[in-house]
Design a protein around this ligand. Structure first.
Ligand code: NAP
Length: 506
């Protein structure tokens, strides 16, 4: 059957489009807030804290607030605004069998306070699965179970009415000023993803924790049947539905050489055993992530002080050296699994071009175009790296596929757009860049912003705070640090406040 015979009309897959990232939001908008009133706070109230984004980083802050602020005094007024219609953690990469890559002991509470009720162990206990989990003898739960743990934690704050889902924050500007003209609060504007209505809330302290934005290489942007790895799980379900009556084997290309690319390559091969799947990578081979114990210390929370105080040039070279522990690398067990599967194809044919699945090494996508039947034509160029690390193009070839998944990583600059109104408050030598202190607070011009107000950035500070900044490893401790930084003088007795992140033994 020709590609055009795929039974799906193009518009059925119209949201599987390389510009569209949040196509499911419309369908799910009715699930707004899991039944809670969208915004329980009033626009005239000045909140103590407003967090933009309610993913794991904000959740860790909510938990640290719950665990560390004294229950005797009135709790601060806090609101979390989240664009998604309900709590979800990398929903697009929830693939069958996918495992966590870090120990469950690095959950959102244990490293800060193992006695917190929000530990992964307490989650297992409360779900009646602790003994069975112990019998698994693993530190690496499935991603599905970890997401369920995060939802379980999030549920606590949803029930307290502190979370509003379906709220896409568009911007932050100065809310109020004092007699000297210094900002004393912020006004945050969000658009409801279901009604389109604009709402504003005022807060003294704002945390921006919105995660990374998927990056699709420019040459593939705007093409149909091209999607980013972050959309894989939802788009593949639609593809399965669309092609269920098709007898022609599908052709897939996956671009990238990180964990997402390898997991998608493996998943497509298993999901569509007759399909042709090509993994296109720039390097000569897939490489393993390094999670050996000495290297793993890079991600320890107590490393951040040293990294932050390092000379910027040295820090940048250290970061470049350590990148291979996390980016563009694949867990060894998956590499071994893929190698064995690729090897088994040799039993049927020694000619790689006849294999159902293969890795095209030393290749880059030079251009991409759409066929009339919506398949995608990729022009691939050979990449050779010479001693100086310069890439040179060699031979070219064409690869036509029905669907492309780009597992090409994320950019962590969404805060620049959200905070664009505030660049005028930055110090004159800032080059309009949002610099942060060790405590993640934005460095403002002290003559323009009062000490009583502040903005904190989460997950976009790899350049100053190290590789762990985008990872789960550090969240429990960092949540405590944020609470200390924002509410230090309110978090109970001084000894209680300073004990955040360094609980003494019982
Ligand atoms: P990633 O590690 O940043 O990898 C992106 C890959 O895309 C790199 O190999 C990069 O190569 C390549 N790339 C970027 N632009 C490209 C282009 N124009 N053409 C060809 N290749 C291009 O992204 P990821 O795999 O999504 O992983 C992100 C994070 O999520 C990692 O921390 C990972 O461990 C984590 N993750 C975890 C799980 C799990 O827990 N099971 C699953 C998936 C991901 P260059 O760097 O050479 O450009």
């Amino acid at each position: 059957m020709a590609p055009s015979a795929i039974s799906t009309p193009t518009d059925e897959l119209s949201s599987f489009h390389s510009n569209g990232v949040s196509s499911l939001n419309g369908q799910l908008s009715n699930m707004h807030l899991n039944g809670h009133a969208p915004l329980s706070t009033s626009p005239s109230e000045t909140l103590d804290l407003l967090c933009i984004g309610f993913g794991p980083a904000s959740l860790a802050i909510a938990i640290a607030l719950h665990d560390t602020l004294p229950k005797t005094s009135p709790s601060p007024s806090v609101l979390f605004l989240e664009k998604q219609p309900q709590f979800a953690w990398h929903a697009g990469m929830q693939l069958p069998g996918a495992k966590m890559q870090i120990s469950f002991l690095k959950d959102l509470a244990t490293p800060r306070d193992p006695r917190s009720k929000f530990t992964f162990i307490n989650y297992l206990f409360s779900q009646g699965r602790l003994n069975q989990f112990i019998n698994l003898s693993t530190f690496l739960p499935s991603r599905a179970e970890y997401e369920d743990y995060l939802c379980w934690c999030a549920g606590h704050f949803e029930r307290e009415g502190k979370v509003a889902y379906g709220m896409d924050v568009c911007g932050v500007k100065v809310g109020t000023t004092n007699a000297e003209g210094r900002a004393t609060s912020w006004e945050v504007t969000a658009r409801s993803t279901s009604s389109g209505e604009l709402v504003t809330r005022r807060a003294k302290h704002v945390v921006v924790a919105v995660g990374g934005r998927p990056v699709i290489p420019q040459i593939m942007q705007g093409l149909k049947h091209v999607a980013h790895s972050s959309q894989f799980a939802n788009t593949i379900t639609r593809i399965e539905e669309a092609v269920k009556d098709s007898i022609r084997p599908l052709r897939f290309a996956v671009v990238g050489s990180g964990q997402s690319a390898a997991e998608i390559f493996n998943d497509l091969w298993e999901r569509f055993p007759d399909s042709n799947v090509r993994l296109i990578i720039k390097g000569a081979s897939l490489r393993p992530s390094d999670d050996s114990p000495f290297v793993n210390e890079i991600f320890d929370p107590d490393r951040v002080d040293g990294i932050y105080s390092q000379d910027p040039t040295l820090r940048a070279s250290a970061l470049a050296l350590d990148r291979g522990t996390n980016y563009g690398v694949v867990r060894l067990t998956l590499l071994e699994h893929l190698y064995e599967k690729l090897y088994m194809q040799r039993l049927r044919s020694s000619n790689p071009s006849q294999w159902r699945a293969n890795i095209l090494t030393n290749r880059q996508v030079l251009s991409a175009s759409q066929s009339k039947d919506s398949s995608v034509k990729l022009r691939l160029g050979e990449v050779q790296q010479n001693a100086a690390g310069v890439q040179e193009s060699g031979e070219e070839e064409e690869l036509e596929v029905d669907y492309v998944f780009t597992a090409t990583g994320y950019k962590r600059n969404a805060h620049e757009e959200i905070l664009s109104e505030l660049t005028k408050l930055l110090p004159s030598d800032s080059n309009s860049k949002f610099g942060v202190k060790r405590d993640y607070s934005v460095v403002f011009d002290g003559t323009k912003v009062d000490e009583s107000a502040g903005v904190w950035l989460q997950g976009c500070n790899e350049g100053t705070h190290g590789l762990s900044d985008t990872l789960l490893s550090i969240l429990a401790i960092r949540g405590g640090e944020l609470v200390n930084s924002i509410f230090g003088n309110r978090s109970g007795s001084e000894s209680e406040a300073t004990s955040i992140g360094s609980s003494s033994p019982p």
